[in-house]
Design a protein. Structure first.
Length: 264
Protein backbone atom coordinates (compact mmCIF):
# COMPACT_ATOMS: atom_id res chain seq x y z
CA UNK A 1 0.00 0.00 0.00
CA UNK A 2 1.24 3.50 -0.87
CA UNK A 3 0.69 6.50 1.30
CA UNK A 4 -0.92 9.62 -0.17
CA UNK A 5 2.43 11.39 -0.09
CA UNK A 6 4.04 8.60 -2.12
CA UNK A 7 1.18 8.66 -4.65
CA UNK A 8 1.55 12.43 -5.00
CA UNK A 9 5.28 12.02 -5.53
CA UNK A 10 4.71 9.42 -8.26
CA UNK A 11 2.16 11.65 -10.02
CA UNK A 12 4.59 14.53 -9.88
CA UNK A 13 7.25 12.33 -11.44
CA UNK A 14 4.92 11.33 -14.24
CA UNK A 15 4.19 15.00 -14.98
CA UNK A 16 7.92 15.72 -15.17
CA UNK A 17 8.52 12.80 -17.50
CA UNK A 18 5.62 14.00 -19.68
CA UNK A 19 7.33 17.36 -19.93
CA UNK A 20 10.54 15.70 -20.91
CA UNK A 21 8.65 13.77 -23.62
CA UNK A 22 7.33 16.98 -25.12
CA UNK A 23 10.78 18.49 -25.05
CA UNK A 24 12.10 15.36 -26.74
CA UNK A 25 9.73 16.12 -29.59
CA UNK A 26 11.52 19.41 -30.18
CA UNK A 27 14.46 17.88 -32.04
CA UNK A 28 12.03 16.20 -34.43
CA UNK A 29 10.51 19.63 -35.07
CA UNK A 30 13.94 21.09 -35.74
CA UNK A 31 14.64 18.10 -37.93
CA UNK A 32 11.55 19.06 -39.86
CA UNK A 33 13.37 22.23 -40.93
CA UNK A 34 15.36 20.18 -43.43
CA UNK A 35 12.69 20.48 -46.16
CA UNK A 36 12.81 24.25 -45.74
CA UNK A 37 16.53 24.13 -46.51
CA UNK A 38 15.84 21.84 -49.41
CA UNK A 39 13.47 24.47 -50.77
CA UNK A 40 16.43 26.77 -51.27
CA UNK A 41 18.26 24.16 -53.35
CA UNK A 42 18.35 24.62 -57.13
CA UNK A 43 15.18 23.61 -58.92
CA UNK A 44 15.19 20.33 -60.79
CA UNK A 45 15.05 22.25 -64.06
CA UNK A 46 18.54 23.64 -63.38
CA UNK A 47 20.06 20.15 -63.60
CA UNK A 48 21.08 18.93 -67.04
CA UNK A 49 19.96 15.35 -67.61
CA UNK A 50 22.79 13.95 -69.74
CA UNK A 51 21.01 10.61 -70.10
CA UNK A 52 18.46 12.08 -72.51
CA UNK A 53 20.77 11.77 -75.55
CA UNK A 54 23.50 9.30 -76.45
CA UNK A 55 26.69 10.38 -78.22
CA UNK A 56 25.47 8.63 -81.38
CA UNK A 57 22.22 10.60 -81.29
CA UNK A 58 24.15 13.86 -80.81
CA UNK A 59 26.29 13.05 -83.86
CA UNK A 60 23.22 12.28 -85.98
CA UNK A 61 21.43 15.47 -84.89
CA UNK A 62 24.60 17.46 -85.62
CA UNK A 63 24.80 16.01 -89.12
CA UNK A 64 21.18 16.95 -89.86
CA UNK A 65 21.78 20.48 -88.54
CA UNK A 66 25.00 20.76 -90.55
CA UNK A 67 23.27 19.94 -93.83
CA UNK A 68 20.26 22.19 -93.24
CA UNK A 69 22.29 25.18 -92.02
CA UNK A 70 24.66 24.82 -94.97
CA UNK A 71 21.83 25.89 -97.27
CA UNK A 72 20.98 28.69 -94.85
CA UNK A 73 24.49 30.12 -95.22
CA UNK A 74 24.06 30.28 -99.00
CA UNK A 75 20.77 32.13 -98.54
CA UNK A 76 22.29 34.63 -96.10
CA UNK A 77 25.09 35.31 -98.60
CA UNK A 78 22.51 36.35 -101.18
CA UNK A 79 20.94 38.76 -98.66
CA UNK A 80 24.07 40.51 -97.36
CA UNK A 81 26.40 40.11 -100.36
CA UNK A 82 29.19 38.99 -98.05
CA UNK A 83 30.93 35.64 -97.77
CA UNK A 84 29.14 33.58 -95.12
CA UNK A 85 30.60 30.50 -93.49
CA UNK A 86 28.99 28.34 -90.83
CA UNK A 87 31.20 25.69 -89.26
CA UNK A 88 30.33 22.14 -88.22
CA UNK A 89 27.94 22.37 -85.27
CA UNK A 90 28.58 21.29 -81.71
CA UNK A 91 25.63 19.46 -80.13
CA UNK A 92 25.11 19.29 -76.38
CA UNK A 93 22.39 19.23 -73.76
CA UNK A 94 21.77 22.49 -71.91
CA UNK A 95 19.32 24.38 -69.72
CA UNK A 96 18.28 28.02 -69.35
CA UNK A 97 20.95 28.79 -66.75
CA UNK A 98 23.63 27.35 -69.02
CA UNK A 99 22.52 29.55 -71.93
CA UNK A 100 22.41 32.67 -69.72
CA UNK A 101 25.90 32.05 -68.33
CA UNK A 102 27.52 31.27 -71.68
CA UNK A 103 26.00 33.76 -74.08
CA UNK A 104 26.29 37.50 -74.48
CA UNK A 105 23.26 39.52 -73.37
CA UNK A 106 20.98 40.98 -74.56
CA UNK A 107 20.36 38.87 -77.63
CA UNK A 108 17.66 38.21 -80.20
CA UNK A 109 15.52 35.09 -79.95
CA UNK A 110 13.93 33.93 -83.21
CA UNK A 111 11.28 31.23 -82.83
CA UNK A 112 10.41 29.09 -85.84
CA UNK A 113 7.61 26.51 -85.88
CA UNK A 114 7.27 23.67 -88.36
CA UNK A 115 3.76 23.57 -89.83
CA UNK A 116 4.02 20.87 -92.51
CA UNK A 117 6.02 17.64 -92.56
CA UNK A 118 7.35 18.06 -89.01
CA UNK A 119 5.61 18.90 -85.76
CA UNK A 120 7.84 20.96 -83.51
CA UNK A 121 9.62 24.22 -82.90
CA UNK A 122 13.15 25.53 -82.62
CA UNK A 123 14.77 28.78 -81.55
CA UNK A 124 17.72 30.62 -83.07
CA UNK A 125 19.74 33.00 -80.88
CA UNK A 126 21.80 35.82 -82.37
CA UNK A 127 23.89 38.41 -80.57
CA UNK A 128 22.56 41.96 -80.67
CA UNK A 129 25.67 43.23 -82.48
CA UNK A 130 25.40 40.52 -85.14
CA UNK A 131 21.78 41.43 -85.79
CA UNK A 132 22.73 45.10 -86.22
CA UNK A 133 25.48 44.20 -88.73
CA UNK A 134 23.34 41.80 -90.76
CA UNK A 135 20.36 44.16 -90.96
CA UNK A 136 22.61 47.07 -91.94
CA UNK A 137 24.04 44.98 -94.80
CA UNK A 138 20.53 43.96 -95.85
CA UNK A 139 19.55 47.63 -96.08
CA UNK A 140 22.46 48.47 -98.35
CA UNK A 141 24.94 49.65 -95.71
CA UNK A 142 28.52 48.49 -95.28
CA UNK A 143 27.84 46.76 -91.96
CA UNK A 144 29.68 49.33 -89.84
CA UNK A 145 26.51 51.04 -88.64
CA UNK A 146 26.10 48.63 -85.73
CA UNK A 147 25.83 51.11 -82.88
CA UNK A 148 22.68 51.63 -80.85
CA UNK A 149 20.04 49.12 -79.87
CA UNK A 150 17.96 46.68 -81.85
CA UNK A 151 14.58 48.21 -82.66
CA UNK A 152 11.44 47.16 -84.51
CA UNK A 153 13.10 47.82 -87.88
CA UNK A 154 16.00 45.48 -87.10
CA UNK A 155 13.70 42.82 -85.63
CA UNK A 156 11.55 42.90 -88.77
CA UNK A 157 14.60 42.68 -91.05
CA UNK A 158 16.24 39.81 -89.13
CA UNK A 159 12.90 37.96 -89.08
CA UNK A 160 12.80 38.14 -92.86
CA UNK A 161 16.41 36.99 -93.11
CA UNK A 162 15.72 34.04 -90.80
CA UNK A 163 12.53 33.28 -92.72
CA UNK A 164 14.52 32.84 -95.91
CA UNK A 165 17.39 31.02 -94.17
CA UNK A 166 15.17 28.55 -92.35
CA UNK A 167 13.03 28.20 -95.47
CA UNK A 168 16.16 26.98 -97.26
CA UNK A 169 16.90 24.68 -94.32
CA UNK A 170 13.35 23.32 -94.53
CA UNK A 171 13.89 22.58 -98.23
CA UNK A 172 17.01 20.60 -97.33
CA UNK A 173 15.08 18.69 -94.67
CA UNK A 174 12.33 18.05 -97.21
CA UNK A 175 14.88 16.41 -99.51
CA UNK A 176 16.25 14.30 -96.65
CA UNK A 177 12.88 12.97 -95.47
CA UNK A 178 11.24 12.79 -98.90
CA UNK A 179 8.23 14.90 -97.95
CA UNK A 180 7.24 18.54 -97.91
CA UNK A 181 8.45 20.62 -94.93
CA UNK A 182 7.16 24.11 -94.24
CA UNK A 183 7.63 26.67 -91.45
CA UNK A 184 5.64 29.51 -89.93
CA UNK A 185 6.87 33.13 -90.15
CA UNK A 186 9.63 33.56 -87.53
CA UNK A 187 8.99 35.68 -84.44
CA UNK A 188 11.97 37.77 -83.29
CA UNK A 189 12.28 39.22 -79.78
CA UNK A 190 15.09 41.10 -78.03
CA UNK A 191 15.68 39.64 -74.54
CA UNK A 192 18.13 40.23 -71.71
CA UNK A 193 17.37 36.68 -70.43
CA UNK A 194 18.17 37.55 -66.80
CA UNK A 195 14.71 38.90 -65.97
CA UNK A 196 12.80 36.81 -68.49
CA UNK A 197 10.79 33.72 -67.62
CA UNK A 198 11.79 30.99 -70.10
CA UNK A 199 8.27 29.55 -70.04
CA UNK A 200 7.05 32.82 -71.61
CA UNK A 201 9.31 32.12 -74.59
CA UNK A 202 8.79 28.36 -74.98
CA UNK A 203 7.81 25.65 -72.51
CA UNK A 204 10.74 23.40 -73.39
CA UNK A 205 13.22 26.04 -72.15
CA UNK A 206 12.24 25.31 -68.53
CA UNK A 207 13.96 21.90 -68.60
CA UNK A 208 16.82 20.22 -70.44
CA UNK A 209 16.96 20.87 -74.18
CA UNK A 210 19.31 20.40 -77.13
CA UNK A 211 21.72 23.25 -77.89
CA UNK A 212 23.44 23.33 -81.28
CA UNK A 213 26.24 25.89 -81.57
CA UNK A 214 27.58 27.09 -84.93
CA UNK A 215 30.59 29.29 -85.54
CA UNK A 216 29.34 31.91 -88.01
CA UNK A 217 31.42 34.37 -90.01
CA UNK A 218 30.04 37.09 -92.27
CA UNK A 219 32.86 38.68 -94.27
CA UNK A 220 35.21 40.53 -91.94
CA UNK A 221 32.33 41.97 -89.93
CA UNK A 222 30.92 39.09 -87.91
CA UNK A 223 32.86 36.32 -86.19
CA UNK A 224 30.38 34.96 -83.73
CA UNK A 225 28.36 32.01 -82.47
CA UNK A 226 24.87 31.17 -83.68
CA UNK A 227 22.81 28.96 -81.37
CA UNK A 228 19.88 26.74 -82.24
CA UNK A 229 17.70 25.25 -79.48
CA UNK A 230 15.51 22.17 -79.90
CA UNK A 231 13.21 20.28 -77.53
CA UNK A 232 14.84 16.89 -76.88
CA UNK A 233 11.82 14.93 -78.16
CA UNK A 234 11.67 16.96 -81.37
CA UNK A 235 15.43 16.55 -81.96
CA UNK A 236 15.06 12.77 -81.63
CA UNK A 237 12.00 12.73 -83.90
CA UNK A 238 13.84 14.82 -86.48
CA UNK A 239 16.80 12.46 -86.41
CA UNK A 240 14.58 9.36 -86.70
CA UNK A 241 12.54 10.95 -89.49
CA UNK A 242 15.64 11.80 -91.52
CA UNK A 243 17.10 8.32 -91.07
CA UNK A 244 13.83 6.61 -92.06
CA UNK A 245 13.43 9.08 -94.92
CA UNK A 246 16.88 8.18 -96.25
CA UNK A 247 16.15 4.47 -96.09
CA UNK A 248 12.72 5.05 -97.58
CA UNK A 249 14.29 7.01 -100.40
CA UNK A 250 16.65 4.14 -101.20
CA UNK A 251 13.82 1.65 -101.21
CA UNK A 252 11.78 3.91 -103.42
CA UNK A 253 14.67 4.27 -105.84
CA UNK A 254 15.10 0.51 -106.30
CA UNK A 255 11.85 -0.11 -108.18
CA UNK A 256 12.52 2.94 -110.36
CA UNK A 257 13.95 0.86 -113.25
CA UNK A 258 10.51 -0.78 -113.63
CA UNK A 259 9.45 -2.09 -117.05
CA UNK A 260 9.80 0.65 -119.63
CA UNK A 261 6.54 1.80 -121.23
CA UNK A 262 5.67 0.08 -124.44
CA UNK A 263 6.63 2.07 -127.53
CA UNK A 264 3.81 4.00 -129.14
Amino acid sequence: MLSQDEINALLAGMDNSGGSDSSADAPSDSGGEAPADAATAPASGSVIDESLLTDAEKDAIGEVANISMGSSATTLYSLVNQKVSITTPQVELANWENVINNYERPCVFIQIKYTVGLDGTNILILKEHDVMVITDLMMGGDGTNADGEVGELQLSAISEAMNQMMGAAATSLSTMINQKVDISPPQATLLDMINDDPSDIADFLTGTFVKISFKMQVGELVDSTLMQLYPVDFAKTLKDTVISGDSGGKQASEPAPAPAPAPA
